[in-house]
Design a protein around this ligand. Structure first.
Ligand SMILES: [Zn+2]
Length: 272
């Protein structure tokens, strides 16, 4: 599923290709991914120039020269591509934006859970969807205020996009492992030091994932994700990936928190 690091990677790809380009054709191969009327979208897009790209959580925005934004949400299997000739259109291209340069931008989505819509602005979309600040932008103070006095479990709260946008299941597990905090801690019991650690871990995990363009096999061996995927690529030919990278004798545990598969090190992350 495209999480924040994938979507940031898509945004950077698009940014290289679409800035100052005019949309000449809005081609719909499968209207299932449209969350707005096709004719309305076409009228809003054709002839417009893209002036900027941005991202909030798992949403990517193409800013148009009239101030409105095209919102791309990638669902379960969404991706982007670029091509020049119809014969080269990626498989499962659902929508294509033809640009003045002759390049075509593909919205690719095998399972069709992705959505394309128009919004008056990023702020208007954020408010309508009740999204919190982006997980890369949230400050320690904002995080502390959002968690303080809450009697709910920490992990489900961090997954709540109203608190901060862009933290998915594996990311929260990695963040809590790096911060050495148990996912079933009551949010309001975190100390100031723990909130600082949590904030630093969010930055570390997201920046590392973006740096590696979300190819988790390339993540450092100090990351828990290798245990999650039972993936030995960081420590090839061994079963080290099943054990805590800090405590080589301790096996990573799998449990369920709020119905979601959750991986923890019982030594690094005491229940408290
Ligand atoms: Zn450990």
């Amino acid at each position: 599923m495209p999480e924040l690091p994938e979507v940031e990677t898509y945004r950077r790809f698009l940014d290289e290709l679409v800035i100052e380009e005019t949309i000449t054709v809005f081609e719909v191969k499968d209207a299932h991914v449209l969350a707005a009327d096709e004719a309305v979208l076409r009228a809003a897009l054709v002839g417009r120039t893209v002036v900027q790209t941005s991202r909030l959580g798992k949403n990517c925005f193409l800013h148009l020269d009239d101030g409105r934004v095209l919102v791309l949400h990638f669902g379960m299997t969404g991706d982007v591509g670029a091509y020049r000739d119809e014969a080269d259109a990626p498989r499962f291209t659902r929508v294509a934006l033809h640009l003045g340069s002759g390049l075509r931008i593909a919205f690719v989505d095998p399972r069709k859970f992705g959505r394309i819509r128009l919004a008056e602005s990023v702020g208007a979309y954020q408010e309508a969807k009740k999204l919190g600040p982006d997980a890369l932008d949230i400050t320690t103070e904002q995080l502390g205020a959002a968690l303080g006095r809450r009697k709910t479990l920490l992990k489900p709260l961090l997954l709540d996009q109203r608190l901060t946008a862009g933290l998915g299941n594996w990311i929260v597990d990695e963040v809590l492992f790096q911060a050495k905090i148990h996912p079933e801690r009551v949010a309001g019991t975190l100390t100031e030091t723990e909130i600082k650690r949590l904030h630093s871990a969010i930055q570390l995990v997201l920046r590392t994932a973006i740096q590696h363009e979300a190819n988790y096999r390339n993540f450092p061996a100090s990351f828990l994700i290798h245990a999650r995927e039972w993936d030995d690529s960081a420590t090839p030919g061994t079963d080290k990936h099943r054990f805590c990278p800090v405590h080589p004798g301790t096996e990573i545990e799998k449990t369920y928190v709020g119905g979601r598969a959750t991986y923890t090190c019982p030594v690094c992350q005491p229940r408290g």
